[in-house]
Design a binder for this molecule. Structure first.
Ligand SMILES: [Zn+2]
Length: 240
């Protein structure tokens, strides 16, 4: 068989006319859109597949607005869909990808990473930590990586402090915002989340207060570097 199918992860769907949907997919070559004709009709074979969070193999027609001719399910992520927190985390991830990736990004790499994140999220009992891993690695992917190993001003390697005001690491001498400083022990979880291989991730099981403090730092980093906070973030907060 010589089929021209693409692996695609559905980020977003929008109702289109009476029976169709516009589908926004993330693929190894970036975000693609396609029209799923008649997909809202009861008898449509693609009806159950054209939903956010599905990993599919799709056959797209050529042209400016391609039509989705056929699709097969690769993964349904059942345990994510059965869990409200995990589902909301996926909404956060989908929004972040949809609004922040650009044509020049390494989509091959990000696509493989997202699949690993979804697998980890499916299995994890600490889904909020998985989101943190995604958030810090995604910032790094977009060019806003944090240099944790040495002072950002002089390359001194210790003692180091993370300045949550600037999102940078400094030595004692170059640290300016002392009231925002975290010592090495306090910022170690952020460093772990950024550097860990997601396939080998072991949850830190941080207590709620500690986790909320780190989450606030990550949210601040996003506010500094990216424009809008995902809407699903608010829902996630209300659930936690
Ligand atoms: Zn320094």
């Amino acid at each position: 068989m010589n089929r021209d199918y693409d692996e695609a992860y559905i980020l977003r769907t929008i109702d289109y006319q009476e029976h169709s949907k516009l589908i926004y997919m993330y693929t190894a070559s970036g975000i693609k859109s396609g029209l799923a004709r008649g997909v809202k009709k009861m008898q449509s074979p693609l009806r159950h597949l054209m939903q956010t969070g599905m990993l599919l193999s799709v056959d797209l027609s050529k042209g400016k607005l391609p039509t989705i001719k056929d699709a097969e399910m690769l993964t349904y992520y059942k345990s994510i869909k059965e869990d409200l927190i995990k589902t909301t985390i996926v909404s956060v991830i989908n929004e972040l990808i949809y609004y922040n990736v650009s044509d020049h990004d390494d989509h091959q790499k990000l696509f493989q990473f997202i699949k690993k994140v979804l697998d980890a999220l499916s299995l994890s009992d600490s889904p909020l930590e998985i989101l943190n891993v995604f958030e810090l690695k995604f910032l790094y992917f977009l060019g806003y990586g944090i240099q944790f190993n040495r002072c950002s001003a002089c390359s001194k390697v210790e003692p180091l402090f993370f300045d949550s005001h600037s999102g940078m690491v400094f030595c004692e001498e170059h640290l300016e915002h002392h009231q925002h400083a975290l010592d090495k022990e306090a910022f170690a979880p952020l460093q772990y989340f950024l550097h860990v291989d997601i396939e080998k991730f072991k949850p830190l099981n941080l207590d709620k207060q500690k986790h909320q403090r780190l989450q606030a730092i990550i949210d601040d980093l996003y506010d500094v570097h990216l424009s809008a906070r995902p809407k699903a973030k608010k829902i996630l907060k209300s659930l936690d």
